[in-house]
Write a protein that binds this ligand. Sequence first.
Ligand SMILES: Cc1cc2nc3c(=O)[nH]c(=O)nc-3n(C[C@H](O)[C@H](O)[C@H](O)COP(=O)(O)O)c2cc1C
Length: 165
Amino acid sequence: MATKNPVTQLEFRDAWGRFATGVTIITSTEPDGGTHGMTANGVLSVSLDPPLALVCVDKARNTHGYITADGWFGISIVRKDQADIANYYVRKAADRIGDVQIPLEQREDGPPVIAEALAAISCKVVAAHDAGDHTIFVGEAVQLSTNEGDPLLFYTGKFGKIELD
Ligand SMILES: Cc1cc2nc3c(=O)[nH]c(=O)nc-3n(C[C@H](O)[C@H](O)[C@H](O)COP(=O)(O)O)c2cc1C
């Protein structure tokens, strides 16, 4: 939907592209029980008590429908050597032709997460806020795991690795 806002979508994307972030894979459950993935950096820690996290999902994404229907999502913060997984889950679902191995780890509740990710958090949706063309899903973390490694980063439209002084 076009708005009268003077900031164009291109300018807005370009400005936010200068915000270096980590990279996550949001997992969700497809209607047939399969596991779906979406690369995302629109994620945030929200609260410690209870432990809440949010993910912003475009209403046009498959992931949006799956989280809405199932009420669960996984957040896997990926390592730099998992860049092929992030690139895979950027593609449209029809273009995911199974050429990348996706190591999944089952969870007690909710969809599987990416095995060996830096952190993998299983979330049960507790709120869904309408926000323009996205929905902000807030989830309560009910299970998590962590691993050591170097993070995959995203900056100015490219995946990269961290360089600390
Ligand atoms: C670095 C990066 C971050 C992204 N973050 C988000 C995000 O936070 N929310 C979102 O809806 N799409 C995001 N996307 C786009 C989705 O990964 C992409 O549209 C994907 O194909 C959606 O899959 P689905 O429609 O099968 O769920 C991001 C893409 C990249 C490259």
